[in-house]
Each structure stands twice: as structure tokens, then as C-alpha cells.
Write a new protein. Structure first.
Ligand code: FAD
Length: 352
């Protein structure tokens, strides 16, 4: 059996960002395992790629600052450097909610502005009856999500991390003060510290091994790519109506569109439900009638997992020793990724 200092289950942003920081400490032996044969087969490779700082949780907002720093100034250990386009973002919501975001952003000294209808008159999807205001964040933008994930994993591998794909953890056991994980072909690995970063599967995996899991809620969401409409969105901010829960952004093929669907789902690969496209068309026609988009080109669905009280869980387990959770990243795991990975690694390194 191979022995490691740290075993990480799951190579999405939760596992990859922890591996990225933990491997910066020389001499640590780390295994990063994933059930899939390629990186980014679930939420971390399939998300909308929006870097967002309009957040109400000050800790998560703080974590996004570490990601922003790296996206803006790609470090030497990233293979792909041009993965971030600071398009800006524009949020619509009730005025009292926008003011709450604004207050938290001001406290964190993050540039933002409340814009009125006159100030956003260039944004062609606005109708005459929309009076605003809108919240504009110039530093938000669009991330090439797979390239970002690859950067983190490749940099970790160039240090002390062994990546093991097609390695599905079937059981977790504690034996003589070490964690042991076993896969689908009965291969085992052991480690002093175990990190459960298995996304939608994190809770189920723990329970299958008779470990207690905090309550996670798993939801399916669809994303669509359409062809370009009559007017190009190039160089315009991404747009998110928080009240109606729909968003769109530019995409190399045209537009990426989401109608904010949220349906409870078991931890298994999410399939596309055809009715969601009709719902999207209806919602966009009602709330963004001036947005013109071309025919549907692609559709996919993936899972967002929320932790207890809807919050991210980045902490030691309260029942068993040396078991760390990085799970329940919800809809902001890409944005918060590097900050939460750094936070987790600092906590974990105190035990080694
Ligand atoms: C439609 C959609 C759009 C989104 N858009 C954005 C966005 O624009 N901006 C943003 O910040 N966030 C966004 N998110 C949220 C973000 O994608 C997630 O918070 C983040 O990717 C979660 O990362 P994760 O590592 O926890 O999970 P995952 O990416 O799901 O990774 C978990 C990994 O664990 C592996 N695994 C599971 N079980 C096992 C096992 N038994 N053995 C081995 N490996 C296992 C899986 O194969 C998977 O690779 C979006 C999410 C969705 C669903």
C-alpha cells in the first residue's frame, strides 16, 4: 500500500486549490484522486466561468480576492496565462438588496458603482421601463474554467502531488491512526490526513463508510450556448438579474445563457431536461425582451452542492481526527477557489 501525508478525494476546484497550496510546502507527499478519467468532468469543468464578487458572505468575498489576484497576475507556475477576461459584471435586483452588496463591497474596498438608467443606456438589452439602478463591478469577469483547473492541477503535479485518475474511492477507513481509502479495483492508499473534496458525492461517500456527514443539498442547473444574436456582446459586462435569477454572458460561439433553474438532484451525472430550454426562452422573453440571441447550439447540466445552512464547509470534521471537508461550495466555487484552498491548507499544515 502506498503511503502519503495527505490524501485528497476529488480534483475539482475544492481538491485542486487545496493541492495547489499544500504542495508549496516542500517534502509533503500528496495524492489527489478522482473517479473520472479526465479533469473537469463535473461542476468545476462545466460551470459558467463567471468570476463574481457581489457576495453577501464576507468570508467568501475575502476568498475571492486571492483568486482575483492570481487571475489578474498569473503566477509563474501556471501553464496557461491568458485565462481571464475582466469584462465587468452588471447585477439587477431590488434596490435594498443592491445596497447590501454595495455596503459589503465598500467594507472590502472592492471597486463598484450603482448605475442609473442613463448611465447604462449603451446596454441594448435594457428596456425603457427598466429604471435601475444596477450594480456594476469592473473587476469581475469571465474565466476559462477548464484551463484554470488544469493550471492548478499541473502546477501541483510539478511539485509533490500524484494525480490518480479513474480512481473511484469506494471506502474510507481509519486504521492505526491513518486513513485508508480503497478504490474500485481494491487498490489502497493510506495517509495521515484525508480531505473530502468530492463535490456532490462528498456526503454520500462519507456515509457509505459509516462516517457522519453534515447535511448537503444538491441541485441541478442547466447552461446553454446560443449563436450570436444581431448585436454582439463582445467587451460588455456579463449580466445577472438576481431577482429573476437569470444571467447571460458573451461566449466565443455567441452567448452563454442560464435561467437559474434549481432542482434537487441525487449525486449522479446530471442529464439535460429538454423543458428547461423552453422555460429559459419564456423567462428571457418576459424579463429581457430586447436581448436577441441566435439558435441553441449546446446544452448541459451539472450539480451545485450547498453545505449546512447553505454555506461552504471548509473545516475539520467535528467527530473524527484528521478528516478535513472542502465541500458545499454552492454557486461560487470557482470565484472563491484559491482563497478557500489557501485557507484550508493553512489549517491543515498546523497538524503536520
Ligand atoms: C451550472 C453551474 C454554473 C456555475 N457557475 C459558476 C460560476 O459562474 N462561478 C462560480 O464561481 N461558480 C460557479 N458554479 C459553482 C462551481 O462550479 C462549484 O462551486 C465548484 O466547481 C465545486 O467544486 P468542487 O470541487 O466542490 O466539485 P466538483 O467540481 O464536482 O469536483 C468534485 C470531484 O470529486 C470527484 N469525486 C466524487 N466522488 C468521488 C469518489 N468516490 N472517488 C473519487 N473522486 C470522486 C468527482 O469526479 C469530481 O471531479 C457553477 C455551478 C454550476 C452547477
Amino acid at each position: 500500500m502506498s503511503s502519503f501525508d495527505i490524501l485528497i478525494i476529488g480534483s475539482g476546484f475544492a481538491g485542486a486549490s487545496a493541492a495547489y497550496y499544500l504542495s508549496q510546502k516542500p517534502g509533503l507527499k500528496i495524492a489527489l484522486v478522482d473517479q473520472e478519467n479526465q479533469l473537469g468532468q463535473h461542476a468545476s469543468g462545466l460551470n459558467a466561468g463567471l468570476f463574481r464578487q457581489a457576495l453577501l458572505d464576507p468570508q467568501v468575498l475575502d476568498w475571492t480576492q486571492e483568486s482575483y489576484h492570481h487571475l489578474k497576475n498569473p503566477p509563474a507556475d501556471w501553464k496557461e496565462k491568458s485565462i481571464y477576461q475582466a469584462s465587468g459584471s452588471l447585477f439587477k435586483d431590488q434596490i435594498q438588496n443592491l445596497k447590501k452588496y454595495s455596503q459589503i463591497l465598500s467594507q472590502a474596498q472592492i471597486p463598484h458603482q450603482l448605475l442609473n438608467a442613463k448611465e447604462i443606456q449603451d446596454f441594448f438589452w435594457k428596456t425603457e421601463k427598466d429604471q435601475g439602478p444596477w450594480l456594476f463591478l469592473p473587476q469581475d469577469g469571465i474565466v476559462q474554467t477548464r484551463a484554470y483547473l488544469n493550471n492548478l492541477v499541473q502546477a501541483s503535479q510539478s511539485r509533490s502531488v500524484q494525480l490518480k485518475l479513474t480512481w473511484q474511492v469506494k471506502s474510507i477507513k481509519r486504521h492505526q491512526n491513518l486513513w485508508q481509502i480503497k478504490n474500485q479495483t481494491d487498490q489502497s492508499l493510506e495517509g495521515k490526513i484525508l480531505i473530502n473534496a468530492a463535490g456532490a458525492w462528498a456526503g454520500q461517500l462519507a456515509q457509505a463508510s459509516q462516517l457522519q456527514a453534515p447535511p448537503f443539498s444538491i441541485y441541478r442547473r442547466h447552461l446553454f450556448i446560443s449563436a450570436q444574436g444581431k448585436k454582439s456582446l463582445k467587451d460588455l459586462p456579463y449580466y445577472w438579474d438576481l431577482e429573476k435569477n437569470l444571467y447571460f454572458r458573451q461566449d466565443p460561439q455567441g452567448l452563454l445563457l442560464c435561467t437559474g433553474d434549481e432542482e434537487a438532484h441525487p449525486p449522479e451525472k446530471a442529464k439535460v431536461e429538454e423543458g428547461i430550454w423552453s422555460a429559459l426562452q419564456k423567462n428571457f422573453a418576459q424579463y429581457l425582451p430586447k436581448l436577441d440571441y441566435g439558435k441553441r447550439l449546446q446544452a448541459w447540466a451539472c450539480l451545485r452542492t450547498k453545505g449546512p445552512q447553505g454555506k461552504m464547509l471548509v473545516d475539520w470534521d467535528s467527530q473524527v481526527p484528521n478528516f478535513f471537508w472542502i465541500a458545499g461550495l454552492g454557486g461560487h466555487g470557482l470565484s472563491a477557489s484559491l482563497g478557500l484552498g489557501k485557507f484550508a491548507s493553512q489549517k491543515i499544515l498546523t497538524k503536520l
